[in-house]
Write a protein that binds this ligand. Sequence first.
Ligand SMILES: C[S@@+](CC[C@H](N)C(=O)[O-])C[C@H]1O[C@@H](n2cnc3c(N)ncnc32)[C@H](O)[C@@H]1O
Length: 392
Amino acid sequence: MSNNPISQFIAHTIESLEAKNFVRLALFNRRDKNNTLRTASAKVISIKKGERLSFVLRHQTKDITQNCMFEEVGSLLEAMFANDFLQADLFTLSANYYLTISPNGTAKLRIGPATETMQPSLSHDKEKARLITPAENTYLYRLGITTSEGKVKNDMQDKYRQINKYVEIIDGVLKSVELDNSFSVADMGAGKGYLTFALYDYLVNVLHKTPSVVGVELRKELVDKCNTIAKESGFAGLSFVEGTIVDAKLPKVDMLIALHACDTATDDAIFMGMKANAKVIVVAPCCHKQIRKQINPVGNLGRITQFGILKERQSELLTDGLRALIMEAYGYKTNVFEFIATEHTPKNVLIVGIKQRELATPDPKVLEQIADIKKVYGIEYHQLEKLLEKGI
Ligand SMILES: C[S@@+](CC[C@H](N)C(=O)[O-])C[C@H]1O[C@@H](n2cnc3c(N)ncnc32)[C@H](O)[C@@H]1O
């Protein structure tokens, strides 16, 4: 074998394909930061004409799939290392290979013990509409989403759709931020861990990241169960801790998520994300009691909120609208949108914040707008604002 680490890496890739112990390949760390091609990953698929190495080339706004014959793999990888990527990880059943190329062309190859114990299925899932597929993902079975045959249970279809949609949105958000390959995610109010597991699976097995994901949850029995399933699934970077959101001890949070954390638990989650200076905050709020209790609008607006359902809707609008504005005041670019059709869950609003700027003090103009809105609706305080009063 050649002494050149790049050639050695390519040779190990081809060898593992021939020996049928190839698991997956990930290419990342762009040579040119302006290149729209951000990462690439490859797995073996079986099509009518035989086995192929199927590359997913992840560009800024789209993914392109390129299937190549094994004999073409060498030249394709050579071109990718020359033009596109400075790093690659090869996972086989016998060893892992980590290639690093410095911009001046010096390359290093590190060989480590295998971390993958199973090969993915070779099926070419063309019609795959979901990012998280039921087949092969035994954690979905352990979580009670699929049957032992790998079919989504009838009563879990909505949950399954919801986590897929959520993962899809996070995937889109990730395309617009630069995060290290080993970024940290905190899922606040993780509950039974459906989203936490799905996101971890997607980040590791589809995007080939090496994230650490932690779920924070009040209920001990859920935390214990999720930790057991994470262990059984070989998800080494996924863990769950028992406790309240505001008391969670998190060393670093790049991305904070919270799906349906009840009432002000969503504010606690956003606050913890801001406090940790998270680059990304994604929350799907749940009930909106805190603001509802306070709404007492001035003038004729009270004629509208006299109707219970409209007061309810108004409290949702205000709670989430103010959340988005408060985040904006602290340097986040925010967006609020529906993430799934209401037939699957009525709690379908998503607030996404991406940190844009560091501010020494919150933007006074936005704070003034918030104060105006609160005045009109007779709102004394918003929980997120109250938490932020203590400083971050
Ligand atoms: C509606 S469930 C959602 C669970 C999960 N995120 C999902 O969407 O499947 C909300 C979870 O948040 C937890 N929770 C509520 N308030 C919390 C707090 N302050 N700290 C930690 N967990 C909390 C609850 O115990 C519950 O499991």
